[in-house]
Design a binder for this molecule. Structure first.
Ligand code: HEC
Length: 180
């Protein structure tokens, strides 16, 4: 009698174990399926012409080294052209990247279509914010520097960007004086 009870008990446990296993397999299968189907969806790419930043570069005249920094660490999110990393082919990473680009462009866009139509006051304000972003190390975004190691700016690089930005602000101030 006692022996029988134990046998039954053991079988029951095995039975329960099988159920748990089946459940796990089902959950994993659903997750994999959702992931595969998700790959069919991707956001629109930011793939306009990079030459549209020339207007901005001509106007703000950054020295060669600052130009290289802007190109390597800012254009991806603040111009009409992004050089995408390989993992942008994976959904949902591409939606996360796209969100940063859209947000970045909404706040500050160096492309001609945006920069040539902005008022002096607005442009000056953007450079004020730029200096703050560089000072507080909010830019480039942290998540970007994880995979773009060249975007980990040194203190010297930050100083150079700030010196350039301050000069740009002075030139805008002078332009405001002459246009008033
Ligand atoms: C990975 C994308 C990304 C990169 C790279 C990046 N930014 Fe941004 N930037 C953003 C986003 C998103 C915002 C808006 C949200 C915020 O302020 O955090 C923003 C906002 C800004 C703003 C406007 C702040 C405001 O208050 O409106 C400035 C100026 C700026 N960035 C400058 C830079 C500069 C300069 C670089 C390069 C050194 C850079 N960013 C690199 C994504 C990026």
């Amino acid at each position: 009698m006692i022996l029988n009870f134990y046998l039954f008990h053991d079988n029951f446990l095995i039975f329960k174990g099988e159920i748990y296993k089946m459940k796990n397999v089902k959950i994993i299968a659903i997750v994999v399926l959702v992931f595969i189907i998700a790959q069919l969806f991707s956001p629109k790419k930011n793939s306009g012409d990079i030459e549209t930043v020339d207007f901005f570069l001509n106007e703000t005249d950054p020295p060669e080294d600052v130009q290289v920094i802007l190109k390597n660490t800012c254009f991806d999110c603040h111009s009409d052209h992004t050089v995408y990393p390989w993992y942008n082919t994976i959904t949902p990473l591409n939606f996360w990247i796209s969100e940063h680009i859209n947000e970045g462009k909404k706040h500050f866009n160096m492309s001609q279509s945006q920069w040539s139509t902005a008022s002096l006051k607005k442009k000056d304000h953007k450079f004020d914010e730029l200096i703050e972003m560089i000072d507080t190390k909010e830019m480039p975004l942290k998540s970007y520097t994880w995979t773009h190691t060249e975007a980990n700016l040194t203190d010297l690089q930050r100083q150079k960007i700030k010196a350039w930005a301050q000069k740009v602000r002075e030139s805008y101030a002078a332009m405001t004086l002459t246009t008033n």
